[in-house]
Write a protein that binds this ligand. Structure first.
Ligand SMILES: C[S@@+](CC[C@H](N)C(=O)[O-])C[C@H]1O[C@@H](n2cnc3c(N)ncnc32)[C@H](O)[C@@H]1O
Length: 318
């Protein structure tokens, strides 16, 4: 892995993340970075909290090797694990991170994934249709999905995870054109199947997003991780999540809303029977987004949304 790739990934919303995690107030805190990537946010946590320790997760062995290099200057304050962040509830305590001050999830792909054609995430360059964060996993690739699913299953994935209105037409075109083995082949099929007016985004954007989310079960992992993250936090600890599209943001928004309210009984019910107590407070009601200067410097930040929640102290039972 070259340093070019690591310097190419610019962490988004860096200052708001550090403020959201309250890192300067906990200089010797324990932090978990579920998506350590190139280590940009993690480095900023170490700089803001000079005696802190951080456990970094990444599913991608290549991202981890960049992080290892970037974070080597922080010595044994950093520990890195090659694992899905949806295992943090059991993996983090095993590394001494059982009650932590801050957790970050910076979701999705890094610039390195898009820049390296052989990873198969990009439709503008030609590479094998892979799209797995962890190419060592033996899990099905994007090629496996497009070449084996029937048109209905493919259309469902493209609609559900890509919010693509033309999903059925695209799925039929894929089935008619297979076998497909490269990103350009797939992008060409989608481009030809595309109807309607020209849009700002490439016609393959939504289908590629859908396949990537399906291949890596990204939304499933996010939903499984949020409760684990909250239970790992010490009271007063913060969870910061950066999402890049509405499907991810909806999961975070809904979870934060549910967990920051006490009773979930229907409003017409006079007495609470569910017994639910809020476990978090929202730090920001509206998501924090990049300002014009950040968007100009780093176009990837355009769609980023940061939500932060704080773990509440245990409510005494009445
Ligand atoms: C947007 S990048 C993070 C960049 C990082 N914050 C930085 O400053 O360099 C997202 C990273 O999360 C990893 N990733 C995505 N889903 C994951 C999962 N479920 N478990 C662990 N890592 C994941 C990707 O491989 C990628 O390296």
């Amino acid at each position: 892995m070259s340093n070019t790739a690591s310097s190419a990934h610019v962490p988004v919303l860096l200052q708001p993340v550090i403020e959201g995690l309250n890192a300067t107030s906990h200089p010797d805190g324990l932090y978990v970075d579920g998506t350590v990537g190139a280590g940009g946010h993690a480095s900023a946590v170490f700089e803001a909290a000079p005696q802190s320790r951080l456990l970094g997760f990444d599913r991608d062995p290549r991202s981890l090797s960049i992080a290892r290099e970037t974070l080597s200057r922080f010595g044994d304050r950093v520990a890195l694990v090659h694992a899905n962040y949806n295992t943090m509830g059991t993996v983090a305590p095993g590394h001494g991170f059982a009650s932590v001050d801050g957790i970050l999830l910076d979701l999705g792909i890094s610039s390195m994934h898009v820049d390296e054609a052989e990873r198969g995430f990009a439709f503008r360059t030609d590479g094998p249709l892979d799209m797995r964060f962890d190419p060592t996993s033996g899990d099905p690739t994007a090629a496996d999905l497009v070449n084996t699913m029937d048109a209905q299953e493919l259309a469902d994935i493209i609609y559900q995870f890509g919010e693509e209105r033309d999903s059925r037409r695209i799925a039929r075109a894929i089935v008619a054109a297979r076998p497909l083995s490269t990103t350009r082949q797939l992008a060409d099929v989608i481009e030809k199947a595309h109807r309607g007016p020209r849009e700002k985004i490439h016609p393959a954007t939504r289908t590629f997003q859908a396949l990537r989310l399906a291949v890596n079960d990204e939304l499933g992992a996010l939903g499984q991780t949020l409760p684990q993250a909250i239970s790992l936090l010490r009271p007063g600890g913060r969870l910061a999540v950066i999402s890049f599209h509405s499907l991810e943001d909806r999961i975070v928004k809904q979870y934060f809303r549910d967990e920051s309210t006490d009773c979930h009984c229907p409003p017409q019910q006079p007495i609470c029977t569910c017994g639910h107590h809020a476990s978090i407070a929202l730090v920001n009601r509206k998501p924090i987004v990049a300002d014009d200067a950040e968007i100009a410097a780093n176009p990837r930040s355009r769609s980023a949304k940061l939500r932060v929640a704080e773990k509440l102290f245990q409510q005494p039972e009445l």
